[in-house]
Design a protein around this ligand. Structure first.
Ligand SMILES: [Zn+2]
Length: 403
């Protein structure tokens, strides 16, 4: 009896060790050059990349670094800005995002009452430490409340909570987030915005300009102060703008600005996506979903916070104001749309949806496939520019496999 218990314990210990050290591998077509490869994973990292002879498999399966979405408001009914957010809800959203090939994301909280901001960032900070999902949450994005209060530019943000930048107040929000806010969207024309941007940059954050009506001079001053991005360029902007003097041209013209774009097929026209891409190129463009929590739910009218939202099959609208409230598509769909619109390669599209956001956010071991990088990988097929995710790995662990 004693002996059998001992052997069971030995077996358990052995299988545990085995789990930690067992190398695994995934084979397929490398996204960047379409060569056949086998990628070995060990202890959560990529431990080897072998080139293979061409494979004869019928369906071409690509391997790419996992997608990284730095602007996502919620998913599968879980609203990161909502009153009911829980760690369990963040887990649900994360697991659903793995199915869409997203291995890392920045939960985004939008303009809200400051108490709500603190409460929800504290919940996100807990989720970031969770052993199951924490690896997929490298940081958070705060969009607002320091943005333009003007209709059109403020988009779907609630006017009553919009205000001028306040470093003391922000520091309290950041403390509630346990320092996890790595990206902030700010309007450069607000009183005090430039010193605020300098403080954000000095504290190690990335500042993105968004929901603003800044002049060319104000945008330049913000970039001089260290702002590096433009949030969902072409959205968060009034429908009627001056053809010469508007916030879009200066952000396109300044090579120091990397815009994020919502290439979901609805937030920007094909011509806008093509023009932005031609101006910035695959090295300086970032794809984001800007998905709302309604993404993944059936179309219809939904009550959210203090308003009604309309979910169409493709996009979320504020019916009363007739403005877009957010997207309903995960970022893997945007990869296909940007390829369709710009005719860029799969490699370029993955660069914009994984490599570039990783580099912008200093996630050095993510967004690429090289020995020593974290084994965040996706295996997928492409069908008429639609990405169909087959497997998702986070730190070498299979977290999703298509049934
Ligand atoms: Zn926005």
């Amino acid at each position: 009896m004693k002996q059998s218990i001992f052997s069971i314990l030995t077996l358990l210990l052995f299988s545990q060790l085995n789990m930690i050290d067992k190398p695994s591998a995934v084979s397929g077509t490398l996204y960047s050059d379409e060569g056949s490869v086998s990628i070995q994973m060990e202890n959560g990292k990529i431990s080897g990349i072998d080139r293979l002879e061409g494979s004869d498999s019928e369906e071409k399966l690509f391997i790419a670094p996992g997608l990284i979405d730095i602007q996502i408001n919620g998913y599968m009914g879980v609203d990161f800005s909502g009153p009911d957010l829980t760690v369990e809800g963040v887990k649900k959203a994360t697991r659903a995002l793995w199915k869409a090939g997203v291995t890392s994301y920045f939960p985004t909280i939008i303009t809200s009452d400051v108490d709500r901001l603190k409460k929800n960032f504290a919940i996100l900070a807990q989720a970031k430490k969770d052993p199951e999902i924490g690896k997929s949450i490298p940081g958070f994005h705060l969009e607002g409340p320091y943005i333009s209060p003007v209709a059109g530019f403020r988009g779907a943000h609630l006017e009553k909570y919009i205000k001028a930048p306040d470093w003391k107040e922000f520091s309290e929000i950041q403390a509630a987030a346990e320092g996890g806010i790595r990206l902030i969207t700010v309007a450069p024309e607000l009183e005090g915005a430039i010193p605020f941007i300098k403080k954000c940059v000095a504290s190690g954050m990335i500042v993105s300009l968004g929901h603003h009506n800044g002049t060319a001079a104000e945008i330049t001053a913000a970039v001089d102060a260290g702002a590096r991005m433009a949030t969902h360029l072409g959205n968060g902007c009034a429908n009627m703008i001056n053809r010469h003097h508007n916030p879009i041209w200066p952000q396109l013209a300044d090579d120091r600005i990397t815009p994020s774009i919502i290439a979901d097929g609805f937030h920007l026209t094909k011509e806008e996506v093509r023009s932005f891409y031609k101006a910035k190129g695959p090295d300086n463009t970032i794809l984001v979903s800007d998905a709302l929590d309604l993404a993944g739910l059936p179309p219809g009218m939904y009550e959210r916070g203090e308003r009604m939202l309309e979910l169409t099959p493709n996009v979320v609208k504020l019916p009363k104001e007739n403005v877009l409230a957010g997207a309903a598509s995960p970022i893997n769909l945007c990869v296909g749309v940007v390829m369709d619109y710009t005719q860029c390669s799969l490699g370029d599209a993955i660069q914009m949806a994984s490599t570039n956001p990783a580099e912008m956010m200093s996630l050095d071991d993510l967004g690429n496939i090289s020995v020593g990088s974290r084994a965040d990988l996706i295996v997928f097929s492409m069908n008429n520019n639609k990405m169909i995710i087959k497997e998702t790995y986070v730190a070498g662990e299979l977290v999703y496999s298509q049934p």
